[in-house]
Design a protein around this ligand. Structure first.
Ligand code: HEC
Ligand code: HEC
Ligand code: HEC
Ligand code: HEC
Ligand code: HEC
Ligand code: HEC
Ligand code: HEC
Ligand code: HEC
Ligand code: HEC
Ligand code: HEC
Ligand code: HEC
Length: 420
């Protein structure tokens, strides 16, 4: 099938002549160029091979079909638009290349990403922190609104979880907070997002609370998850709760800049948030109140309500059943649920027959505090004395009984010995 040598020589001459003519023309007028072959084909000549590997054994294969369906492929971008230090005219290219240059075209994203937790970690040499292609992909980048995109609302948990949900990675990179994806996945928010069919904005995914290009460590004062901003971040969706919280003692303290006041996550947690009506959670939150109000949980635990909840039942009064959850106020505040004016109503929610007399019962009676609970104090004292009395009486009684019975046994033996 080879063309005869003469024909080949002829073709060569013609080709040479044509190219000479073309370059002569180019000297005086711009050439009408023949349609250039797709320069990507030049790169793909080596990189389309699915088994192609670099010297280190890492795959350097590029799937042309996948790239064609990516947002950049659809716009017929050149490989060299991103791999800007490679040129089709200078091949073979260097072995080590610069990272793909997203910055050339996506100024805003690059600007926002700078200074975030991930970017700062990278600057400090933590090469495992997320950069553009860790969240977006490389040759398969799709628009966030495309359900197949890694950055689509429905897929963000998995995308962040690639690192923050991978136990081995968490350990290797010393990620703070451990496996956060696992925690979030079982929370009320995680379950809602899973069932929302990817419809954004209903319940929060990672980026709803943290941002995407402006993720900051919680220690940064301007982070959305810095302590002082948490009520605003949660309150962006839970506006009604936030308004109540702001008027309560805890919310007021926060506005005064008092760091000892609880914010949403002190009671609800950040990633394991549960439905508030779950008995298990309602019992657990008593312990959260008790972390800060240690005296009051001690006195509460000595009452009927406190002992029943300690046994794991929620049909009696929890802290929040008497004080409210977000609107806690000092008893001296007339708006408080436990103020003199409101206390009967608060107890009546469960004790329909409660009256002014009934609410004389002190839910925090302290039997060691003579001034606060004189009756309880003296009753306690009486019980102590009674108990001690009982012990002493029966103790002496037992000892005497023992002595007497020993003597009886000995006497019986002596009598038996002499008689036999
Ligand atoms: C002649 C074959 C060949 C052609 C043509 C070729 N490459 Fe490569 N390319 C390689 C090989 C081999 C490697 C692995 C280098 C090594 O051993 O580390 C590589 C590696 C790469 C890498 C990874 C570099 C890194 O630092 O990990 C990129 C990106 C790349 N090529 C882009 C391109 C682009 C863009 C083109 C087209 C302009 C192209 N290549 C054309 C053979 C080729
Ligand atoms: C939208 C930008 C973009 C375009 C366009 C692009 N790449 Fe890449 N490419 C990347 C990113 C990002 C990486 C990951 C490593 C890095 O940052 O350089 C990468 C990595 C590579 C690698 C190393 C192996 C790997 O998959 O990690 C090769 C080889 C490569 N590209 C070849 C190509 C070829 C060939 C084309 C054209 C068909 C192309 N790239 C087009 C962004 C791009
Ligand atoms: C040569 C310019 C160029 C480079 C380099 C480039 N892109 Fe793009 N990218 C575009 C253009 C243009 C669009 C389409 C924008 C539009 O339609 O709003 C786009 C779209 C996107 C989109 C979808 C945006 C949307 O609004 O839906 C993402 C995500 C994206 N690029 C990420 C990247 C990443 C990550 C890199 C680096 C690996 C990169 N791009 C490199 C030009 C570029
Ligand atoms: C930690 C993950 C993450 C990193 C790192 C990241 N992005 Fe994004 N990016 C997202 C998410 C998620 C979206 C979807 C929009 C949103 O949720 O705000 C997005 C959206 C985009 C868009 C669409 C337009 C827009 O701003 O909404 C572009 C373009 C983009 N990113 C480019 C980049 C570039 C370039 C980099 C690197 C400098 C980068 N991204 C780094 C997660 C990330
Ligand atoms: C409902 C809002 C919300 C959602 C959803 C959320 N986070 Fe958080 N995240 C927070 C808050 C608030 C903090 C600060 C916790 C603290 O101060 O202890 C935090 C802290 C973190 C931390 C730092 C942990 C530490 O202990 O230092 C990481 C990492 C993190 N989140 C990643 C994620 C990832 C990944 C997801 C998705 C799987 C996610 N978050 C979902 C609100 C959220
Ligand atoms: C490629 C792996 C990777 C991906 C993907 C990733 N991260 Fe990270 N992230 C890290 C590493 C590593 C750090 C630790 C940086 C350091 O050492 O300070 C970090 C730090 C953080 C922090 C700061 C924690 C603190 O308070 O100190 C937050 C918040 C966070 N990531 C959230 C996210 C969210 C949300 C996503 C998804 C949109 C995400 N990350 C995707 C690797 C990743
Ligand atoms: C001092 C502890 C505490 C703090 C702080 C707190 N909560 Fe609650 N929250 C509770 C308790 C207890 C319940 C259960 C109330 C009930 O059973 O009536 C609850 C219930 C809820 C509910 C479901 C019931 C409803 O009223 O819609 C939401 C939503 C909620 N909290 C969000 C928040 C948000 C957002 C913040 C921060 C602005 C916050 N919480 C601060 C203890 C707290
Ligand atoms: C993007 C909006 C959004 C953000 C941000 C958000 N949530 Fe939610 N949250 C929801 C939705 C939607 C539900 C389910 C509907 C409901 O019960 O209100 C929910 C449910 C809850 C519940 C259970 C409510 C119940 O009825 O039992 C609690 C508690 C809760 N969120 C607390 C928080 C806390 C704390 C934060 C901040 C760390 C937060 N949320 C941030 C949207 C959000
Ligand atoms: C993070 C710590 C913290 C948690 C958790 C917490 N509180 Fe508080 N609470 C405070 C502080 C600080 C004050 C102000 C105390 C003061 O002014 O002496 C306060 C004030 C109060 C007050 C008003 C009494 C007063 O002296 O002003 C009540 C009632 C109250 N808390 C009940 C609760 C209940 C009920 C819970 C659980 C649902 C709870 N607290 C959880 C820190 C906390
Ligand atoms: C049966 C209802 C009830 C329960 C349950 C209850 N309290 Fe109280 N609490 C009260 C009443 C009534 C007062 C006011 C006592 C008084 O007259 O000084 C009070 C007082 C307080 C005060 C001081 C308020 C002030 O103005 O000085 C705090 C703080 C408090 N309780 C926290 C708690 C915590 C934390 C729990 C759960 C561990 C709890 N309470 C359980 C009814 C209750
Ligand atoms: C969330 C419901 C609930 C609230 C609110 C509540 N209790 Fe109770 N309490 C119970 C239940 C249930 C019992 C055990 C059954 C019973 O005795 O009625 C109980 C038992 C008691 C007992 C011991 C048993 C008895 O009947 O002698 C006293 C005293 C008591 N409550 C006082 C109060 C006072 C005072 C208040 C208001 C400050 C209050 N409770 C608010 C549910 C509640």
């Amino acid at each position: 099938m080879k063309p005869p040598a003469l024909l080949r020589a002829l073709l060569l001459v013609v080709a040479f002549g044509l190219s000479a003519a073309a370059s002569a023309k180019a000297a005086d007028a711009p050439a009408k160029e023949a349609p250039p072959a797709d320069p990507n084909e030049t790169c793909l000549a080596c990189h389309a091979d699915a088994s192609a590997k670099d010297a280190g054994g890492r795959s350097i294969a590029v799937d042309a079909a996948v790239f064609a369906k990516s947002v950049h492929g659809e716009m017929q971008f050149k490989c060299t638009d991103c791999h800007a230090d490679v040129s089709v005219d200078q091949l073979p290219h260097a072995e080590k290349l610069q990272p793909a240059a997203c910055a050339n075209c996506h100024e805003d994203a690059v600007k926002n990403y700078k200074g975030t937790a991930h970017a700062k970690a990278r600057e400090k040499g933590q090469g495992l922190a997320a950069t553009c292609h860790d969240c977006h992909g490389t040759h398969d980048i799709k628009r966030p609104k495309d359900p197949a995109s890694r950055t689509n609302f429905a897929n963000i948990e998995t995308t962040c979880g690639g690192c923050h949900g991978n136990d081995k990675f968490v350990e290797k990179a010393h990620l703070p907070g451990g496996n956060i994806q696992a925690k979030y996945h079982d929370s009320i928010h995680g379950k809602l997002v899973l069932n929302s069919g990817g419809f954004p904005g209903v319940a929060p995914t990672c980026t709803s609370c943290h941002g995407a290009h402006n993720i900051e460590a919680k220690s940064q004062p301007d982070s959305r998850v810095a302590r002082e901003h948490i009520p605003d971040t949660c309150g962006g969706c839970h506006q009604r709760v936030k308004a109540v919280y702001d008027k309560g003692k805890h919310g007021k303290l926060r506005h005064e800049g008092n760091g000892a006041a609880p914010v949403c996550i002190d009671c609800h947690s950040a990633h394991t948030i549960q439905q508030a009506s779950l008995p298990k959670w309602q019992l657990a939150v008593i312990g959260q109140c008790g972390n800060c109000h240690s005296d009051l949980i001690t006195t509460y635990r000595s009452t009927f309500h406190g002992q029943v909840t300690e046994l794991g039942y929620t049909n009696v009064a929890t802290c929040a059943a008497c004080h409210g959850a977000h609107d806690v106020l000092p008893a001296t505040d007339p708006a408080s649920r436990v103020s003199a004016a409101n206390r009967v109503d608060t107890c009546r929610a469960c004790h329909p027959k409660a009256n002014v007399n009934f609410v004389q019962f002190d839910p925090h009676a302290n039997r060691h505090d003579k001034e606060r609970s004189p009756l309880f104090y003296y009753m306690g004292l009486f019980m102590d004395v009674l108990l001690a009395g009982v012990f002493v009486f029966f103790g002496v009684h037992t000892v005497l009984w023992f002595v007497r019975s020993r003597r009886a046994v000995r006497e019986k033996r002596r009598n038996g010995g002499s008689g036999g």
